[in-house]
Write a protein that binds this ligand. Sequence first.
Ligand code: FAD
Length: 462
Amino acid sequence: MSEHGPDLVVAGAGGGLIAALRAAQLGLDVLVVEASEHFLRGNNTSMCTAMVPGVNSRFQREQGIEDSVDLFAGDVERKTKGTGDQRLARALAGVSGELVEWMADEVGLEMSVMTDMHYPGHSVDRCHTIPERHGTALIDHLARKARSHPNIDILLPARLTDVELDADGRVCAAVVTDPSGNEERIETSAVLLATNGYGADKALVAEYMPEIAAAIYHGSETSRGDALRIGEKLGAATAFLDAYQGHGALAAKGATLLGWATIMHGAIMLDTTGHRFAKETSGYSEFGHYLAGRPGATGWVVYDRRVHDLCEPFTDFRQTVESGAEVWAEDAASLAAVTGLPEDAVVEELAESARAARGEIEDRFGREYEAPLEPPYAAVRVVPALFHTQGGLVVDGSARVVDADDRPIPGLYASGGAAAGISGHGAGGYLAGNGLLPAFGLAYLAATAVAETLDAAGAGAS
Ligand SMILES: Cc1cc2nc3c(=O)[nH]c(=O)nc-3n(C[C@H](O)[C@H](O)[C@H](O)COP(=O)(O)OP(=O)(O)OC[C@H]3O[C@@H](n4cnc5c(N)ncnc54)[C@H](O)[C@@H]3O)c2cc1C
């Protein structure tokens, strides 16, 4: 570390670790400050399914998948009904192919593009993942790499509580506070706010997204809105504060994620009246509040042996099965008995959806099916959940935090849940990957921008 402090302070060891590793690779000295000692099993990156969109990556090309920034931007436009931030969507799409290749080549993760399941809203398969398909393996690897890199120091538990600007309005210091309240001022010219959003702040959730406020919060307990408060104090613009990732398939029994692969492979969702209530393939995020609005705010995902077997590659799904949340029944009537749902409705819905899946009738919600469900049937009781918030500080295509006139605040960067994302308003604009793409993509862009700024300053000084 130089006598003037680190070149970059990264607040938050989730997606922020991508910035630390990228900046270190570019020769910068990095200090990561992390609020929680338990971040490896507590932050959102550790909880996730590890699906990272990568547009036009070599992994896609090897599979013959043609993708482009325009195609991705069009998907965002459609899913958000025209409200998603196109500047950011294009910047993230533009860097995402390079990002997933860098994660493989420089970070050493075993990346591949997932082709055995098609996420709703993506025109082509572009979600890249690791064999475990789980965030614990991802964060463990990133943290191991960061801890062993000579250019990276990690300070924890240490909560970023303030960022100071000099007389010219440039970042000059980060202030961190330990759990005993001791403050430390760290000189630096660049701070990345990678502290996630405000999902754990009940008052902000109730204010901005009341439709999901009563649901289970299944995200990091340290998402306390710190970036929002620090950024606003420094004059940052904010946007999309009502945006969030919800989910409609958290298993009620053990609060594990059943996962939407069940649905995409052909499962249906019934509410407590035994009836389907919406087009399941529209997306898992909006299904959070759809389910929240049904009687008792709960329902059952019903599938069969074929779907069960196809979901086995997902750690979350296996954990749900291991928790004992899955029940089996020989036929529709027994399924009604084992779930406690009205028999007539269950028999009718299974028969009707099978007819729609065989192409004999139009599905009444307009969905498509991979295949009809066949007995025996499995079912898991699910509840709605809030996973993380998607609104925050407005950033440009280099992850620089901007003010209300779109002027960057020099030295201040934001990524992931700290930044306003690309999901437009509410829950319905969320495309699979819209969490990790801004978390990893903006972190990667921020590190690159800091290195370029320091290079330019160095060149100017020489
Ligand atoms: C079950 C589940 C599955 C998901 N699956 C996917 C998926 O497959 N693909 C996808 O794109 N998204 C997914 N998401 C969303 C994704 O996990 C998040 O969008 C992403 O991980 C956010 O990254 P982040 O870096 O912003 O936050 P985090 O990973 O939460 O990291 C923020 C870190 O900052 C620390 N921190 C907080 N405040 C401070 C402070 N003041 N100072 C210092 N440190 C601080 C926290 O302790 C934390 O470690 C999923 C979410 C859940 C819950």
